[in-house]
Design a protein around this ligand. Structure first.
Ligand SMILES: [Zn+2]
Length: 410
């Protein structure tokens, strides 16, 4: 059986000159991808690299059709990320799906790179108003249309930081200037400002400068050959089998100039790191309908979102979040009451006091608190997309506040 071995990870052609067209992908795929084959995954082998810092996966695909001819063959591709079930550990690299036996996949080719996507999302994508967590779509293609949607599948599990590890501390490597560090901190503050249960805290400069599940969440400059030239950055998420994140690292491509002023000839560090911090908290990329990684559940008008998968030099609009980003973070970490009250600290303190001094004292109260945390992210999402519903909830909460205050002293 003929083997075509295409190693995509770490295949780098170094060039010092970057035409603007190539400089516009953040951590996914360039726009000029060409699907070269589709087929089924027949073997998946995840393994640690030699230094046991990164998991890589070798995927074998039995090709059932190709664009040029329908000759049967096996393709093998190595991708960053994967799962080691015996150790209960998984690595998710942004812009890269995870694969299992039987997955229907499309292999894309670019000038210097070949990669593969499985068109169901492993994690929640930053999304538009008609977000559907279920019903991500498989793509298939025929020779006329290149890529088109076919059968519906359920979305797989979501990944997020468990509540007990929030706030999450992150560090910067020693490679950044004071201005760049300030920009990185501003990037996290943008996500911190959203009313949600997630908080990121800057822990200072660390000497640890590697992508590894070492408990040190580091923002760093990538090693030579770590990520392809056309990618600006990559986020690595380490999770357990339940999808709980326990480590996240972000690598910025050393071949780009990382500016802080948003001028037209540099990549703005705050702009791109805000996007990468979106991955850090568990969000995926979103795309526009004419792009290869688009899924119908993403809706349209996504270019304004921070989690839009392309960016360019001089761009600064990702420094601020759009509705899709807000819905995305709320679907993972929403605190519905906080949103309903627009963060009214005085009212929230009354509720916190009620929770601690009344609800938490009884078993049914503790059950209620757990139930609230379960439904809260979904509810938060609804509040963002349905202002009328949010307003109703706001009225109800304010009307019962005096009762909660009374009960707190009961
Ligand atoms: Zn991205």
């Amino acid at each position: 059986m003929p083997f075509v071995k295409i190693i995509c990870t770490y295949l780098i052609i170094t060039t010092l000159f970057f035409p603007e067209a190539l400089a516009c992908v953040i951590d996914g795929y360039t726009r000029d991808t060409i699907p070269i084959a589709k087929g089924a995954v027949i073997d998946v082998e995840s393994q640690w690299n030699e230094t046991k810092t990164v998991i890589e996966t070798l995927i074998s695909i039995e090709v059932d059709s190709t664009i040029k001819d329908s000759k049967k063959e096996i393709l093998q591709l190595a991708v960053p990320g994967g799962v080691i079930p015996e150790e209960g550990i998984a690595l998710i690299a942004s812009g890269q799906d995870q694969f299992k036996l039987g997955d229907q996949v499309i292999v894309f080719s670019e000038k210097d790179f070949t990669h593969i996507i499985k068109n169901s999302a492993h994690f929640v994508r930053g999304d538009t108003t008609d977000i559907k967590l279920k019903g991500f779509t498989h793509y298939c293609y025929d020779s006329d249309t290149m890529v088109l949607a076919c059968d519906q599948v359920s979305c797989e599990s979501t990944v997020s930081w468990p509540r007990h590890s929030i706030p999450v501390t992150y560090y910067s490597s020693a490679s950044f200037s004071t201005d760049q560090i300030e920009a990185i901190i501003n990037s996290m503050e943008t996500w911190n400002k959203v009313h949600s249960l997630f908080k990121g805290v800057y822990g200072g400069i660390t000497e640890v400068n590697e992508v590894a599940p070492d408990g040190i969440n580091v923002i760093r400059i990538a090693d030579e050959g770590e990520i392809p030239d056309y990618q600006l950055a990559r986020c690595y998420l380490w999770t357990n089998i339940e999808g709980e994140i326990f480590d996240a690292d972000i690598s910025l491509n050393p071949h780009y100039t990382w500016g802080v002023s948003g001028n037209s000839y540099e990549s703005d560090i705050q702009n791109i790191v805000t996007h990468e911090f979106g991955h850090f908290i568990g969000l995926g990329d979103i795309y526009e309908p004419d792009e290869s990684l688009y899924m119908p559940c993403m809706g349209g008008g996504n270019q304004e979102n921070t989690m839009y998968g392309y960016g360019g030099r001089g761009e600064i609009k990702k420094r601020t979040l759009s509705l899709g980003d807000l819905v995305g973070i709320q679907s993972l970490y929403g605190c519905a009451v906080t949103i309903a009250l627009d963060g009214d600290e005085e009212a929230l303190n009354t509720i916190r006091h009620f929770i601690n001094s009344f609800l938490a004292r009884t078993e049914w109260g503790r059950n209620f608190i757990n139930y609230y945390y379960e439904i809260s992210p979904q509810l938060s999402k609804h509040f963002y997309t349905n202002p009328k519903m949010k307003h109703q909830a706001e009225k109800i909460i304010y009307s019962i506040l005096p009762i909660l205050e009374e009960l707190s002293y009961f």
